[in-house]
Design a protein around this ligand. Sequence first.
Ligand SMILES: Nc1nc2c(ncn2[C@@H]2O[C@H](COP(=O)(O)OP(=O)(O)OP(=O)(O)O)[C@@H](O)[C@H]2O)c(=O)[nH]1
Ligand SMILES: [Mg+2]
Length: 363
Amino acid sequence: MQEVKKELGREAVILETRHLPGPGGSLVEIVAAVDYQDDHFVPGLAIDHFCEPFEKEKLSGCVPTKRPTGFLASAGYRELRQEVVLMKKMLNRLLEATGFPEDWPAGAVWTELYQRLLLKGMPEEVCRSLLERTAAQLSVEQSLSKKTVVGCLARQIISDVPLLDYERLGRLVTLVGPTGVGKTTTVAKLAAFFHQQKNEEIALISVDTFRLGATAQIREYARRLQVPLRVVKSHAAMEKALAEFSSRDRVIIDTMGRSHHDEKGLQALQQMLPASREATSLLVIPAGIQEDDLLDVLVQFRRFAYSALLFSKLDETTCHGMLLRGCQLAKLPLSFFTTGQLVPEDMEEASGERVASLLLDLH
Ligand SMILES: Nc1nc2c(ncn2[C@@H]2O[C@H](COP(=O)(O)OP(=O)(O)OP(=O)(O)O)[C@@H](O)[C@H]2O)c(=O)[nH]1
Ligand SMILES: [Mg+2]
């Protein structure tokens, strides 16, 4: 602790200490953090491995190499951002508490629906637009009946949800997306779906040799589903695998998860993937994602020219607002939903009915 404070200042705290096996004896990994002080940027997280007994000089290497610079790095920017987020939250709370805007029909049913949509994580303007368009279709009398209003709102949501035309899905289907969102599991589910539902001959290609255990994971799925698999490490190997699988009805390509902030990793992955006109990329996004992160992911993965969104882990959240918001922001259709860890059961074709039912709690 004394050494950490000496390096990072009095405000430094140790977040985590782990003992790891390593060359020349036991290694200790310390994760320490410091807060922002005045308006100087201080690295937020410092990580390093060092040997026991404590080696002081190694600790000096624990300042992260990539730091934001200029205004983005300033405490002022962080504070401003936090204030905007706080204000957005407060505004939502205020609207929840005060009920509904004046130009909507009066009645508890509208307040309740408005609040329910907000609680589902839908941005205020999207809730408002949905309810305004719903109100415009109903007479004063109809707008007092909860059943009629909910039915009309559900139809409005359904018509707002664009869906992928499966006939237009390419022969090569590539799943891309951030780390751990369920790509590999979904590749296996899709393989089973196309084989069982569409009677297609499937093959799998994996370009994930990066994460420990990734190859073993996809190999196991391929073995269970009895479909051929090639694991490739270069564009040339990809081309070779594609040539081998040229007679297959559908080739599903699994990719390594890449953080949307990992520019180099994203570029390297892009170079490995087929640029064929037969290829369709689906962007896998967890249903519980926040709007800001969703926007970042949509922008950073645009390089893969994804044609539709695939929302995963619907079972892990009760805030399904991004299902609708996602296709509005991306201006793209929804393809599939995954709803659990079971392969192949926990996957379904996306539908507007399902989105409406999740947003309005119609079970
Ligand atoms: N609850 C839930 N878990 C899921 C779903 N889909 C996948 N998972 C789980 O999420 C975890 C990660 O799944 P993977 O398929 O390995 O994710 P990935 O995107 O391939 O991960 P990386 O290749 O490391 O980027 C596993 O534990 C899966 O069982 C889902 O729809 N619901
Ligand atoms: Mg994976």
